[in-house]
Design a protein around this ligand. Structure first.
Ligand code: ADP
Ligand code: MG
Length: 349
């Protein structure tokens, strides 16, 4: 059985936040569900009527985006996927193009470790709709057959609104990227409305702009094996903090964990990492990067981070060793009592 572990609010510690904005309390808070998780918006210093109306608009945007980009329920993405596997080409609404362009570009930068067209493989693993019978693994021959076909964004050609593919096994699944892209759109909405101090948090993955009054925003990062935080980061200005972990969605067969981040080179869940945290300005890039660096693992994360232009990384490997670049180490505060081995890389900048 696949366990969907809801990411809890403790992932994000916003000092002094809570309640709705009033004359005395400058913090406005709104929450709703989308992308299978709790979306939590915190605004600092916004007028109440404006705060309420912008958050309503963002909620509507998220609901629409989630429905349209769903990898297996009927919507724009699933209709594109069936056209790509059938006729080999399909058209999309113009508003859909930047999403596909950005996902494809990030995949190329990650050398295909972030691969947004792995939908058929993700489905084989049962992560579309919890489809595998309890206690079973996907058929290894089906996995091998798909690997031989090697679905990749290199197979996709975009001409105006016409998307075509020379490989029928290509199927978009934007699960590793859509939340980040949606958060970027929410931040665009806030800025257009003149709101410049905010956090948009999707189940622990977030982008913050401005600051919390005189203080920076303070973000907690979940411990991959305990229900507590392992570290915190203070951020101000424009920063996204994203984490991918093997604890988010997984099932166990014979005591072994099979989680939802798949290594496109093996067809199996990536094995050497338990969590990756990235700080980056743009949320979509941060989201794709956490997925790619998770797959890259302790030996390859540095070279992929360089290629993707990521400057702050913390990766916890399957031995509990914490790998970081020096700039990340200078920003992160490990919780008291965390005495894991730390391996510092060469600088990323
Ligand atoms: P989460 O969504 O839990 O934050 P990720 O951002 O790492 O975690 O996204 C995991 C999701 O991305 C999976 O559920 C699946 O839909 C998709 N996915 C899995 N492996 C890959 C991969 N190698 N490249 C791109 N997307 C992937
Ligand atoms: Mg991701």
């Amino acid at each position: 059985m696949i366990e969907q572990l809801t990411r809890l609010g403790y992932l994000l510690l916003i000092l002094g936040a809570g309640g709705c904005s009033t004359q005395k309390d400058p913090v406005f808070h709104d929450q709703f569900f989308a992308f299978g998780t709790l979306i939590d918006i915190t605004l600092y210093g916004a007028e109440l009527p404006l705060a309420e109306s912008v958050c309503k608009q963002i909620e509507q945007d998220f609901v629409n985006m989630h429905a349209s980009w769903h990898a297996w329920q009927p919507g724009q993405l699933s209709s594109l996927n069936s056209q790509l596997s059938g006729a080999g080409a399909g058209t999309v609404e113009p508003s859909f193009l930047p999403l596909l362009d950005e996902a494809n570009g990030l995949s190329l930068l990650s050398e295909g470790l972030f691969n947004p067209v792995l939908g058929n493989l993700i489905a084989l693993w049962g992560f579309h709709d919890n489809a595998l019978p309890v206690g079973t693994l996907p058929d290894s021959t089906a996995i091998r057959d798909l690997l031989v076909q090697a679905p990749s964004v290199n197979d996709i050609h975009i001409d105006g609104t016409l998307i075509s593919s020379r490989n029928p096994t290509v199927a978009y699944d934007l699960g590793g990227f859509a939340k980040g892209y949606a958060i970027d759109r929410a931040i665009d909405r806030l800025r257009e409305s003149g709101i410049h101090n905010a956090i948009v948090n999707a189940g622990g993955d977030l982008r913050a702009i401005g600051q919390h009054g005189e203080r920076p925003w303070r973000i907690g990062i979940r411990h991959p094996r305990e229900s507590s935080i392992i570290a915190s980061i203070e951020i101000s200005g424009d920063n996204s903090v994203f984490t991918s972990g093997d604890y988010e969605r997984f099932f166990e067969v014979d005591g072994k964990r099979y989680h939802h981040i798949i290594d496109p080179r093996t067809g199996y869940p990536a094995i050497n990492t338990t969590s990756v945290t990235v700080i980056h300005s743009n949320a979509a890039t941060a989201d794709a990067a956490t997925t790619a660096l998770f797959v890259a693992g302790p030996d390859e994360w540095l070279s992929i981070a360089l290629k993707m232009g990521i400057s702050y990384v913390m990766l916890i490997d399957n031995q509990g060793i914490i790998h970081m670049n020096p700039a990340m180490q200078s920003r992160i505060h490990l919780e008291p009592g965390i005495n894991a081995e730390i391996r510092l890389s060469t600088p990323l900048q």
